[in-house]
Design a binder for this molecule. Structure first.
Ligand SMILES: [Zn+2]
Length: 240
């Protein structure tokens, strides 16, 4: 299968489904990672175009760890809004990847870029095969299946599917660690929100992976929910 993981920001994918993507690759599937925005507000000191360049390179390096191709749609971070061009860009992306499966944000999340990314993916899934909707990449005859990864710290999210990532946890850590620019920035900006003495924003992901692992009887896991429509028409398991 071709797998597309799309998040709003560089680092969303690695923290939410990096282990699952590594597992897909091990099983012989082709993986693409993408972000809607370029993360260009992710620094208190660097100019926006410079931090965007750095963050796209960090995302590219994280993807390269599992041999995935990274694509950025280059919207402004926290200023991502829906219009016709955005819909077309998303359709083109999914067609370029010929995605069988798309992993993306939950429709309910703390961040508007996350929720909009999820919404557009849901909206366009049925449009992928439609030839009248022209994009640079050609239509293909499939409606991709969508699975939601969980919001930061899993708040309000009860998984219906778990992926055992015990063997992939070190790869997930390495993917997260590529986002060096964000570790200090998140700590500076969200110290109170992070609470509990997290030294590193990504430490929380390890806690979550242990927590989800505990729920399904393995050391580390990632949790997902299937999009409702996909769940009805797909009787087989598409997560690894
Ligand atoms: Zn994000």
């Amino acid at each position: 299968m071709n797998i597309l993981a799309i998040g709003a920001h560089p680092d969303d994918i690695e923290e939410s489904c990096g282990g699952t993507l590594a597992k897909y690759v091990k099983q012989g599937h082709k993986v693409f990672t993408a972000t809607a925005t370029n993360g260009n507000i992710g620094s208190a000191t660097l100019p926006m175009d410079e931090i965007a360049r750095i963050r796209k390179e960090e995302a590219r390096r994280a993807a390269a760890i599992i041999g995935a191709e990274y694509i950025c749609l280059d919207y402004d971070d926290e200023m991502f809004f829906e219009d016709k061009a955005a819909r077309i860009n998303f359709i083109n992306l999914v067609r370029y990847c010929k995605a069988d499966v798309i992993l993306t944000h939950s429709p309910h999340d703390y961040n508007p870029d996350h929720e909009l990314t999820s919404k557009i993916i849901n909206d366009i899934a049925v449009m992928i095969p439609i030839a009248k909707i022209e994009t640079k990449a050609k239509p293909y005859d499939k409606i991709p299946i969508i699975a939601y990864f969980e919001p930061v710290h899993g708040l309000g999210f009860i998984p219906t599917e778990y992926v055992d990532i015990t063997e992939e946890i070190e790869i997930k850590k390495a993917m997260c660690a590529e986002h060096k620019s964000q570790i200090a920035w998140m700590q500076d900006n969200y110290k109170d929100a992070l609470g509990n003495g997290d030294k590193n924003f990504f430490d929380g992901m390890i806690t979550m992976a242990k927590f989800r692992g505990m729920q399904c009887g393995v050391d580390y896991a990632e949790g997902f929910r299937m999009a409702n429509d996909a769940f009805r028409v797909v009787p087989r398991r598409i997560l690894p």
